[in-house]
Design a binder for this molecule. Structure first.
Ligand code: ADP
Ligand code: MG
Length: 526
């Protein structure tokens, strides 16, 4: 069988060359987003093929929007996307960490250390860190939750915007928090965005707010303390199917057929009224005749409500979505305290405060670009506030945790014999990259910052010392309020290690296949 050309190419380049290219691709990607890290990180302006623009400081957004072809770069982006899903934050850090781990691995390879030894050392280092992470973490009490969320938003917008987004996100999460099971159902939070106004004018309401208007102004604008039915269908006459043949031998037949259909629909309204329903929301349409009858019966109705919104409504009112009204049961109905129509900036909204707990955040911003960045901020902030309320641990930011973990790791490395020790030390050096880049982006000397923080942590025996980016000096991050969820750091380290090892291993496989032909590879060391 003839070899595929790509395989031929691989055979031609030496194993070390291939690995070098892969590492270069990974580094190119991490260099590209390096300048967005931290509170002093700058934004990126992204322009797609159609000329649409996007201004963002969010690492994962930059990476997912960029058209990247290189498979290794794609792996790095994958790690960042996973970080976004699991921890919501730390997406830039993950890529920078992975890049630095690979850079340091390359230095070791140049010294003749085999990638599999490096991978083993990196795994060992990761495990050590995971075992020791709880030593530098603590529980987030009520007072610091807002501070932690603000740290998450570092670099995104200005400080009053961060404060507002943090407050609103925490308030919304508290509304949907299930105290008994210590769980947050984030699906109960709806985010609505509005262009116009300032970010600081964003707000949260208890209940749901949907961009809907009652179908007739004859219906009551506001209904208090009632029952709601959520219908996965409509109250309208079906158009006749093409296969249906109706023999019309009398002028009135068609009319009476339609009348019968209408009567059946009106009967359904009677069923609703008899069950004490005051509000109806359905996925499909409602005929005019039915609409009038609903108004007569004092039922407020909304049509063409999306399936997603209906699902949200089930949670907000403890209701069940019903397929048809004919076999309606009491337990299908939900309850609410208020259902009203309001006008906001000229747009109609339906506000519903149900028996269940749901929250709606109205995010505002002056332009479309600002609003979409505000939405991304809310997304991160809500993710973090959910983790905090569910009892997640926190630790100090500003590079403090990474420096402290690196210090512990170096002491641990001394206990490991053989070349793996060098890999563990390289891993320790790699995770210090965060503090260096934070300093770099703030215009402070990165090396001096790192060394001063290391010295200060050792002298004060404190894991909380990080870099104060305003003064350029080591400082207590707890006092400065630079605190972040443990899960962000933990997941960033897991994700970065995973992708770095996978990239190192790609070459392992290639080397194994062509080991006979490649002469300049270092032998595996133990
Ligand atoms: P990521 O996408 O990795 O979350 P960010 O741009 O959000 O990247 O930057 C996060 C980093 O910035 C974290 O390491 C955090 O500790 C640090 N950071 C945030 N606020 C401050 C601050 N006021 N001083 C120092 N470091 C900070
Ligand atoms: Mg962040």
């Amino acid at each position: 069988m003839s070899e595929a050309p790509i395989l031929k190419d691989t055979v031609r380049s030496s194993g070390r060359d291939a690995l070098q290219k892969n590492i270069q691709a990974a580094l190119a990607l991490s260099e590209a987003i390096r300048s967005t890290l931290g509170p002093n990180g700058l934004d990126k302006l992204l322009i797609d093929d159609d000329g649409r623009t996007l201004v963002t400081n969010d690492g994962v957004t930059v990476l997912e929007t960029a058209k990247v072809e290189h498979p290794v770069a794609k792996m790095m982006i994958g790690a960042s996307s996973v970080q976004d899903k699991i921890a919501k934050d730390g997406t830039t850090s993950t890529v920078i960490l992975a890049g630095e781990m690979l850079r340091n691995a390359w230095q070791l390879i140049l010294q003749g250390i085999h990638p599999s030894t490096i991978s083993r050392g990196y795994r060992n280092a990761e495990q050590f860190i995971l075992n020791n992470l709880s030593d530098i973490s603590f529980h987030a009490n009520e007072d610091i939750c807002e501070t932690v969320i603000k740290t998450t938003l570092a670099g995104k917008g200005h400080s009053s915007m961060q404060e507002k987004i943090a407050q609103i996100s925490l308030a919304a999460t508290k509304i949907v928090f299930d105290e008994k099971n210590k769980l947050v159902d984030s699906e109960k939070i709806k985010l609505i965005s509005q262009t116009g106004g300032r970010v600081e004018q964003s707000y949260v309401i208890q209940g749901l707010m949907l961009p809907k208007k009652r179908i007739s102004s004859d219906m009551k604008r506001e209904v208090l303390d009632g029952k709601i039915i959520l219908l996965d269908g409509g109250l309208e006459q079906r158009s006749m199917s093409n296969d249906l043949k109706l023999n019309v031998n009398n002028l009135g037949v068609l009319d009476s057929f339609r009348e019968k259909q209408r009567d059946l629909l009106l009967d359904q309204v009677d069923v609703l009224a008899n069950n004490g329903v005051n509000v109806l929301a359905c996925r499909e349409g409602i005929d005019d005749a039915v609409c009038n009858y609903l108004s007569e019966k004092g039922i407020q109705a909304f049509r063409r409500v999306s399936k997603n919104d209906l699902n949200l409504l089930t949670k907000a009112c403890n209701a069940e979505l019903v397929g048809s009204i004919s076999n309606l049961k009491k337990k299908n109905l939900g309850g609410f305290t208020i259902s009203k129509n309001v006008k906001l900036d000229g747009k109609d909204f339906w506000v519903l405060e149900g028996n269940g707990n749901a929250a709606t955040i109205v995010a505002k911003g002056s332009t479309v670009d600002v609003v979409s960045e505000v939405e991304r901020c809310f997304d991160d902030a809500l993710g973090v506030s959910e983790q905090l309320l569910e009892g997640g641990l926190v630790l100090c930011g500003g590079g403090a945790s990474y420096v402290s973990l690196a210090r512990k790791l170096r002491r641990y490395a001394e206990t490991i014999p053989g070349r793996e020790q060098l890999a563990i030390e390289a891993y320790a050096d790699a995770i210090e990259v965060i503090i260096r880049v934070l300093a770099e982006n703030a215009g402070i000397d990165p090396i001096a910052s790192l060394l001063n923080v290391v010295a200060n942590q050792t002298n004060t025996n404190s894991d909380n010392i990080g870099i104060n980016l305003s003064s350029g000096k080591p400082d207590d991050m707890l006092k400065l309020g630079v605190i972040e969820p443990q899960s962000v750091v933990k997941q960033a380290l897991i994700g970065a290690t995973e992708v770095a090892i996978s990239i190192l291993r790609i070459d392992d496989v290639l080397w194994a296949k062509h080991s006979g032909e490649i002469t300049d590879l270092p032998e595996p060391q133990t």
